[in-house]
Design a protein around this ligand. Structure first.
Ligand SMILES: [Mn+2]
Length: 231
């Protein structure tokens, strides 16, 4: 059995994705799954979507992907996100728009002898639930009968294992870490089902400069340097 790499929340950050994929390749890992949010925030979104699409990496839909492909780029709670997504919608290739529209809300996958479910947000709302913690009651109320739940969206690393044997994981974000660490984050699940959280440094100034060149306000890219959430 091979290790499984989980990537999430790339948000158009091409240099971060390239660094993470190179790291995954250097470890000889061939199984990769993606928790969505390819779109949003940074300028390299078409290149990012191309890579996931052309490499057939199993990917679920994120809220930014949904907003771009089904909601005219609108995310109601954020003027900044909407402004960027409308810019991306004007430039999104037809192939990539069609690809985003076709992404599933969840994927069930068998890894070793365990059943894995991946979603962008959570079990109650696959697209837009911010899952900061999980307990047995959450699994019960959602009829979660699989073994391993992997969620993204918060951009924060999480790992919790239960007496029942269930495991909950969040790999953090490739393209926009929010844990005060500016290295790209991803997750490897080993053959023993134990997680390794990996950080990969990359040149975020490339992204900051390309955003500047395209006329975006500096605060949008500032978090790439500080590892803080955009406020
Ligand atoms: Mn998201």
């Amino acid at each position: 059995m091979n290790d499984l790499a989980i990537i999430s929340d790339i948000h158009g950050n091409l240099p971060a994705l390239e660094a993470v994929l190179a790291d995954i390749k250097s470890r000889g890992i061939k199984n990769i799954m993606c928790l969505g949010d390819l779109a949003g925030y940074y300028c390299g979104f078409n290149e990012v979507i191309d890579i996931l699409r052309l490499n057939n990496i199993p990917t679920v839909m994120g809220n930014h992907d949904y907003a771009l492909s089904f909601n005219f780029g609108v995310i109601e709670r954020s003027k900044t996100c909407t402004h960027i997504l409308k810019w991306q919608l004007d430039r999104c290739t037809p192939e990539n728009l069609e690809y985003l529209r076709g992404l599933p809300l969840s994927i069930d996958h068998v890894f070793g002898n365990r059943q894995v479910k991946i979603v962008h947000g959570g079990l109650k709302d696959n697209l837009d639930e911010y899952l900061f913690d999980v307990d047995d009651e959450y699994f019960r109320s959602c009829n979660f009968n699989q073994d391993i739940l992997i969620t993204g969206h918060t951009h924060l690393l999480s790992y919790k294992s239960f007496y029942s044997g269930k495991i909950w994981l969040n790999p953090g974000s490739v393209g926009q870490p929010r844990d005060f660490n500016n290295s790209a984050a991803y997750l490897i699940i080993g053959e023993d089902f134990l997680p390794s959280f990996v950080r990969v440094p990359y040149d975020f100034y490339k992204v900051i400069h390309s955003m500047q060149e395209n006329g975006f306000a500096p605060y949008i890219s500032e978090g790439l340097r500080t590892g803080k959430k955009i406020s």
